[in-house]
Write a protein that binds this ligand. Structure first.
Ligand SMILES: Nc1ncnc2c1ncn2[C@@H]1O[C@H](COP(=O)(O)OP(=O)(O)O)[C@@H](O)[C@H]1O
Ligand SMILES: [Mg+2]
Length: 146
């Protein structure tokens, strides 16, 4: 099923559900680029992906690291957050490509901080703040799904 379109959610739970729906379209080696401002709902969305994959553990933003790994689900989930990224050199040094092209699903918050990563992802999800409880979420899936 192609989930590509613009959604409007009216609660964090609804955003999470959208993430869990996307999870069923994901396959090994997929990369999901999340863009948009702070508070847009990116981390809530990742929580939904984790639930959809039946990953173990509670998803929260990686605070001191660039990446958290959640296993135990149908695919390993690599949750990457580029918010604190100082430079693209730092990103290369972190050796993330190995994960992104690997056996799991990579989900990248603040993907716009790395234009080359952003371009390489099959799926892009953009978050826009509308009001306290509303978010506009645009899902773009390039190429065929599973
Ligand atoms: N429709 C919605 N979708 C997602 N989050 C929402 C929504 N409405 C309110 N919120 C709130 O917005 C915040 C989103 O936080 P978070 O997912 O951490 O965003 P980001 O990772 O983009 O910074 C949470 O506090 C959440 O409760
Ligand atoms: Mg976040």
């Amino acid at each position: 099923m192609d989930l590509s379109r613009t959604y409007r959610t009216t609660s964090p739970e609804e955003t999470e559900r959208l993430g869990s729906e996307l999870a069923s379209e994901l396959k090994a080696g997929d990369c999901v680029a999340l863009t948009g401002e702070l508070g847009g709902g990116k981390t809530r969305f990742v929580r939904g992906i984790a639930r959809g994959l039946s990953s173990k553990g509670f998803v929260k933003s990686p605070s001191f690291t660039i990446m958290n790994i959640y296993e135990g689900g149908s695919l390993p989930l690599y949750h990457i957050d580029l918010y604190r990224l100082a430079s693209t050199e730092e990103l290369e040094a972190a050796g993330l490509e190995e994960y992104i092209l690997g056996d799991g699903v990579s989900v990248i918050e603040w993907a716009e901080r790395s234009p080359s990563l952003l371009k390489s992802c099959r799926i892009t999800v953009s978050f826009r703040y509308i009001s306290d409880t509303e978010r506009e979420i645009e899902v773009v899936i390039k190429g065929a799904g599973k």
